[in-house]
Design a protein around this ligand. Structure first.
Ligand code: SF4
Length: 547
């Protein structure tokens, strides 16, 4: 979690006035003397515009950099990914110890704040000359620089299927970034455009719902830097937790209390959601009409969006079902499809109803008849009731016949588990590009032309059409704890640009900073993780890039 910091000697008064977007080398040289007086035992961190002055044995405001024996050092080792089955070949360089206040959690098992020796994290011996393509230096903990014109922390040469490749590795400092959160539920979370709060501060809003899911937009530049300091801090802290796959509590104005965590079921007003709806009421009718046919005279599928009525629906008509005479509340859209039968809520089918008969206005005596068999169900099958009409055409609740029960169960069986999906959306089209090339537009163009593959912590990034490099990545495809922050406030996220060496040279890359993986493994503190996810292509194996 992001914490308040008092251990930084640098004055933080002017942080809000500063901009942040910076890459940088793993270990920066001490900055030249500035006009600000600095004690001799301190180093100035120039990895971001905050420019912390850090005493020996301490860390800076973001806990990512520390003063180790007078040398500015990235606290966490850079994460190197290894395709499983291949052992790393080079023992890592020894790292100095540091009693820091870092709160970063070292996944290698070290206590928070303890600086591990590289021997710990490098993991021992490897076959020298291992296939380069089986090791990938990620942007996680690679470091950032300020100002931006410095080459990225790592520019790594490798070979993939005989082709010389280069991967430019950095951590981007993103002021322009947000999380788009998809919550698989038809429960009512709150009105569209409503503010979303975290610890009382506005950190986002409810945005356009999608099919079977509610959508939230969280974070973003206006909450990070456009409001009060507290709003910025709380927003940054919430984003950091969300990106690092932690649970985050949110409250929607005029709506629900939520607990959202990437890859987990949402908790809405204290209740863990189980199922995503199979479809809207009309779609559910379309899927299951034939299975109901002959066992019910009418089926109503309650849904906050479209409530379906079988005998009026095209599916019922195609099956030759006679009208039931049912009169529905709400606004009839097309035959058998009704909008607004009730208000949105946490009841049946994402409406506010607890009694399914409350959306039925009655039955037409000229059409209906006593004994008519009526099934009412929700779009998840979590709610379902069976009725038969009495002599006065009033529905009377009866035990549901087994054959109908089976179809209701099948609705549930067809529902996917309800999940929270968290997508990081960030703008990498700014000065970060200067760490890659002297002529940034060539990088932008090479990405658009699929000559450069963009990954975030090894996970594939979708690049939005149009100008800039607006990328989107699923945090579940990134390694755990991929994100950091700086107190400007802004989020720090790993980013890697992979391309052929020839293309890198053509786009004006920093060729004199290209290093081999072996050199990095030998000289830099690093942590190797096995990385193979069938959903993720290996970061340097993009086919268009090598075509
Ligand atoms: S906030 Fe972090 S990156 Fe920025 S100057 Fe301080 S220690 Fe360096």
């Amino acid at each position: 979690m992001m914490t308040e910091h008092t251990k930084v000697d640098h004055s933080m008064e002017n942080i809000d006035a500063l901009e942040a977007t910076t890459p940088g080398p793993t270990v920066l040289e001490k900055s030249p003397p500035r006009s600000v007086k600095m004690a001799s035992n301190k180093v100035e961190c120039n990895a971001c515009p905050v420019l912390c002055q850090i005493s020996e044995g301490r860390t800076g405001a973001c806990d990512r950099w520390g003063n180790v024996g007078g040398v500015l050092t990235r606290i966490d080792p850079v994460v190197v990914m290894r395709h499983p089955g291949v052992r790393p070949a080079v023992a890592g360089a020894a790292a100095p110890g540091l009693a820091s206040n870092s709160t970063a959690d070292d996944a290698a098992g070290h206590a928070a704040g303890e600086l591990a020796s590289v021997a710990d994290v490098a993991g021992g011996n490897v076959s020298a000359g291992a296939d380069d393509s089986s090791m990938f230096v990620s942007g996680i903990a690679s470091g950032t620089t300020y100002p931006d014109y410095k080459p990225a922390p790592f520019i790594v040469a490798s070979q993939v299927r005989g082709v010389d490749m280069v991967t430019v590795v950095t951590e981007g400092i993103f002021s322009y970034c947000s999380f788009k959160v998809k919550i698989d539920t038809d429960r009512y979370l709150g009105p569209e455009q409503s503010n979303i709060r975290h610890n009382g501060e506005i950190v986002g809003h409810v945005t356009t719902a999608e099919y079977g899911s509610q959508m939230l937009s969280l974070g973003g530049v206006h909450h990070l830097t456009g409001g009060s300091k507290k709003e910025g801090r709380v927003t940054c802290s919430m984003m950091l937790a969300l990106g690092n796959k932690e649970a985050v509590e949110l409250s929607i104005d005029g709506g629900a209390q939520l607990v959202v965590q990437a890859g987990k079921a949402p908790i809405v007003d204290g209740k863990e959601e189980q199922r995503m709806r199979v479809g809207c009421g009309s779609a559910t009718i379309g899927i299951f009409a034939k299975q109901w046919f002959g066992h019910a005279d009418e089926v109503v599928v309650v849904d906050d969006h479209i409530t379906g009525v079988l005998t009026e629906h095209q599916a019922g008509r195609c099956l030759g079902m006679p009208p039931s005479g049912i009169k529905m509340k709400g606004r009839r859209s097309t035959p058998g499809r009704y909008f607004q039968v009730a208000n949105p809520g946490n009841g049946w089918g994402g409406t506010d109803i607890a009694d399914p008969l409350s959306i039925i206005d009655g039955f037409d005596p000229a059409v209906s008849h006593p004994g008519l068999r009526l099934l009412v169900t929700s779009t998840t099958g979590e709610h379902a009731e069976y009725y038969e009409l009495d002599e006065e055409l009033k529905p009377q609740r009866k035990e549901m016949p087994a054959v109908l029960h089976k179809v209701v169960e099948r609705i549930g069986e067809n529902c996917e588990p309800s999940l929270c999906s968290v997508m990081f959306l960030g703008g990498a089209g700014g000065s970060l590009r200067a760490g890659v090339t002297e002529n940034p537009i060539w990088l932008t163009n090479s990405i658009k032309q699929s000559l450069t593959n963009v990954t975030c912590g090894g996970a594939p990034a979708y690049i939005w059409a149009g100008g800039g490099i607006t990328l989107m990545v699923d945090v579940m495809r990134m390694p755990d704890v991929s994100f950091g922050y700086v107190p400007t406030p802004a989020l720090v996220a790993p980013i890697e640009f992979s391309m052929t060496r020839a293309d890198y040279e053509r786009l004006g890359g920093h060729m004199d900073h290209v290093r081999t993986i072996e050199d990095i493994l030998a000289k830099e503190r690093h942590r190797i993780i096995d990385w193979y996810d069938p959903a993720n292509p290996w970061p340097t194996a993009s086919k268009p890039m090598l075509a």
